[in-house]
Design a protein around this ligand. Structure first.
Ligand SMILES: Nc1ncnc2c1ncn2[C@@H]1O[C@H](COP(=O)(O)OP(=O)(O)OP(=O)(O)O)[C@@H](O)[C@H]1O
Ligand SMILES: [Mg+2]
Length: 287
């Protein structure tokens, strides 16, 4: 199971929208078994994914039983969401033991690894300890940012702060693949275009190259269709044939193809035969 953390050092940059829309994409287009872990408060990814019943919501008491259900589904695509409040192990009370929280989350990911191909994790903005814990154990991380002055400052923290990517990679998670900064809600206004130039100058190496080659780096424009799809709890691809929705889908689809490429999800097809073995090793995790 590939694990991807969608994190930012600022609220409102589009973490939840990216988590949900990428989850829909991997499920509907990639035909994968996709698990979303929702550590954010409120649990907006859970609310969106459950709204139109596109995802099955996993609940704590019955999690292992439901994992049995997932197991019967071995090989079949699916979309599941696990909100943090459903599992005590995923909640970090004030004053709680952080090392124990880290161990619990790590163990939970090990247990769930048998049931999903990809796990996307939505989280509170950094430097929330829950997010730092997850940052130090996932395979990959991507950071949506907005093109405001404050967002540019927060991007510098995301990379250079004590809990930033450089330090986490140096001290806690050497194999963390930081896919990069992903400018989101980009508009064709003079201010946004000026901020794009600033970000290219300051953080060029941290942007995600666009394999399609149309732009130098990946970004997601501001599309009303994304907010609309999130509110309806569906994929942008399901919004219908209106021109605006089709344009939005074309654009984010290209971006998601590139993200999936960065995660090297093609390798997963070779893992199919290993799934049965892995799922027989399930054990209860300590809540
Ligand atoms: N590219 C986009 N175009 C238009 N609207 C967008 C886009 N990306 C996100 N949005 C909308 O912007 C709002 C904020 O996005 P979202 O809730 O995903 O941010 P967040 O980083 O998860 O916020 P928080 O830190 O509060 O959890 C939502 O209404 C979402 O639907
Ligand atoms: Mg959110």
């Amino acid at each position: 199971m590939k694990t991807l953390l969608i994190a930012a050092a600022k609220g409102g940059t589009g973490k939840t929208a990216l988590t949900c829309q990428f989850a829909h994409y991997l499920h509907l287009m990639g035909h994968l078994r996709v698990l979303v872990i929702d550590l954010a408060e409120p649990a907006c990814s859970t609310a969106s994914l459950a709204r139109a019943h596109r995802a099955v919501v996993l609940r704590g008491e019955t999690l292992m039983a439901q994992c049995g259900g997932l197991r019967r589904n071995v090989g079949a695509p699916g979309l599941w969401v696990l909100p943090a409040h459903a599992v005590p192990a995923l909640c970090l009370e004030p004053g709680a033991d952080e090392a124990r929280y880290y161990a619990n989350v790590r163990h939970l990911l090990c247990v769930l690894a048998a049931f999903a191909d990809v796990c996307l994790i939505d989280c509170p903005p950094l430097p929330d300890l829950r997010t730092v814990c997850v940052e130090s154990m996932v395979d990959a991380m991507v950071s949506p940012i907005q093109l405001s002055r404050e967002a540019l400052d927060s991007a510098a923290c995301l990379i250079n702060a004590a809990w930033g990517v450089r330090n986490v990679r140096a001290k806690l998670n050497p194999s963390l693949h930081f896919i990069g900064l992903l400018p989101n809600m980009v508009e064709a206004t003079p201010l946004h275009q000026a901020n794009v130039r600033t970000i290219e100058a300051q953080f060029g190496a941290w942007l995600i190259p666009d394999p399609g080659g149309l732009d130098r780096h990946l970004c997601i424009p501001r599309f009303g269709a994304i907010a609309q799809a999130q509110a309806a709890g569906v994929s942008v691809s399901e919004l219908g044939k209106e021109r605006a929705a089709r344009r939005a889908w074309q654009s984010i689809r290209a971006c998601f193809e590139a993200l999936a490429g960065q995660l090297e999800l093609d390798e997963l097809h070779g893992e199919d035969h290993e799934r049965d073995d892995a799922s027989s090793e399930v054990e209860a995790f300590h809540a």
